[in-house]
Design a protein around this ligand. Structure first.
Ligand code: ATP
Length: 199
């Protein structure tokens, strides 16, 4: 599975639609200070579900939308799409190309799309589970994270190895099953109380 391209429009400093094609095995992004290099990484983080606004180097969600310049009016919406090649079927879908899109409007509405069909963030999470593509995965390694991994801060090394080994999907499912079990046990206990009251 490979990230083939990304498209950014109205996100931070990217007022116009910008299409970045990642054809080569390694792509380096270079440019003067403040030209928007880190904004590209923020865009990738955001579309794969980052919800901690500080991790996107902003104070609030509206800051993600292009806020205008002397010559350009502000945008009403931020939109980012990532396109992955899925020829080896690492993503559990029949599509050989998968595009995920996140949109955020100035009025506070947001939207996720999977191959141009509206979906929930959970659908995207489920599709990419254990592929290393998620907001807390090892797909994006920042400078500070290298330190955390070396020092094994809060079990970060184990978490990374579990993701790479494909174990985290089972941990997530176990957690969901446990929550359902707890809810069912509460329901049973409530029913027992009611039966006791009416008997
Ligand atoms: P450096 O090399 O110094 O790390 P960089 O190339 O990584 O810089 P970024 O941090 O990606 O630069 O971009 C910073 C620029 O993005 C700033 O000029 C800032 O004004 C602009 N910017 C951030 N948010 C917005 C926004 N919502 N609307 C317009 N411009 C924005």
């Amino acid at each position: 599975m490979k990230l083939k391209s990304l498209e950014i429009k109205g996100f931070k400093s990217f007022a116009d639609k910008t299409h970045i094609i990642l054809d080569n095995p390694i792509t380096g992004i270079v440019g003067p200070n403040g030209c928007g290099k880190s904004n590209i990484v923020d865009a990738i983080r955001w579309v794969i579900g980052e919800h901690k606004i500080k991790a996107l180097r902003s104070d609030n969600l509206e800051d993600l939308i292009f806020n205008g310049s002397r010559t350009r009016t502000a945008s009403g919406m931020a939109e980012v799409s990532l396109t992955f090649e899925n020829t080896r079927n690492l993503l559990p879908t029949e599509f050989t190309t998968v595009t995920i899109t996140r949109k955020f409007y100035k009025n506070g509405e947001s939207e996720y799309r999977l191959n141009d069909v509206s979906c929930r963030l959970k659908d995207i999470h489920n599709l990419f589970l254990d592929t290393g593509v998620s907001n807390d995965s090892y797909a994006i390694i920042e400078l500070g994270m290298v330190d955390d991994i070396i020092k094994d801060k809060e079990g970060s090394r184990r978490r990374m190895l579990e993701q790479a080994a494909g174990i985290s999907i089972y941990k997530t499912r176990k957690k969901e099953a446990k929550q359902k079990l707890d809810a069912t046990e509460q329901d049973i206990s409530r029913i027992e109380d009611l039966l006791f009251e009416i008997s």
